[in-house]
Design a protein around this ligand. Structure first.
Ligand SMILES: O=C[C@H](O)[C@H](O)[C@H](O)COP(=O)(O)O
Length: 222
């Protein structure tokens, strides 16, 4: 629900303080956060953002949000990002927009990760949606077979009939598992495949999840 996404996004702004380096996630919920952040910056808030995708970088620049990158600092005070699924343990499934690798680098570099979602993203167990896995284009056919051997149906993501290419020049394979019992264990298994760059499983990373449900905010804490 669009209003709920916006509400969760705006509730995250209170965590951003003067002088912070802020990891900027990706997706439609994060875009609402960027719009609010730009307003605060016009009112005098001083921050620098590190974007987690080319799309976010473009939108942040358009909004006049000052940006920096890892060549200037490797310390991020807070990252604010969206998610496709959140379970009760605050494990996340991400990558619906194909930005999972850069998101994970930015989110892991942050002292605190805040996730913003509407209630449609909450699940009792991850895996309702296919798990996005970024793979090297070279030998993706082999990599996909190796992923399938872990018990899923992998589908190469396409756009306009061609393989979808991530910001890093890689492909995304969307992997439907019957259910994901142990996100950390599955992530570790998939990472052992040479052609796998990264998975969309973000276990034990979020410090807070802000959930908006029909105009009400819940904040989960790890
Ligand atoms: O790759 C995309 C990201 O993981 C997004 O954060 C996720 O897909 C959520 O996007 P949205 O806020 O548009 O639902």
């Amino acid at each position: 629900m669009m209003e709920d996404k916006q509400m969760a996004a705006e509730a995250s702004i209170q965590y951003i303080k003067d002088g912070m380096t802020v990891g900027l996630g990706s997706g439609s919920t994060v875009n609402f956060m960027l719009e609010k952040l730009a307003e605060r910056i016009k009112e005098g808030l001083t921050i620098k953002g590190i974007p987690s995708s080319l799309k976010t970088e473009r939108f942040a620049k358009q909004l006049g949000i000052p940006l920096t990158d890892f060549s200037n600092t490797t310390k991020i005070d807070i990252a604010i990002d969206g998610a496709d699924e959140v379970d009760p343990n605050l494990h996340l499934l991400k990558g619906g927009g194909g930005s999972l690798v850069r998101e994970k680098i930015v989110d892991q570099a942050a002292d605190r990760l805040i996730i913003i979602v509407d209630s449609s993203k909450t699940v009792s167990k991850l895996g309702d949606s296919p798990l996005p896995v970024e793979v090297l284009p070279f030998g993706f056919e082999v990599t996909t077979e190796q992923i399938a051997a872990f018990g899923c149906t992998p589908v190469l993501r396409k756009r306009d009939g061609q393989p979808f290419v991530s910001d890093n020049g890689n492909y995304i394979v969307d992997c439907k598992f019957a259910s994901i019992e142990d996100p950390q264990a599955l992530h570790e298994k998939l990472k052992q495949i040479t052609g796998v760059v990264e998975t969309g499983l973000f276990p034990q990373m979020a410090h807070n999840v802000i959930i908006a449900r029909e105009g009400r905010i819940d904040i989960l804490e790890r």
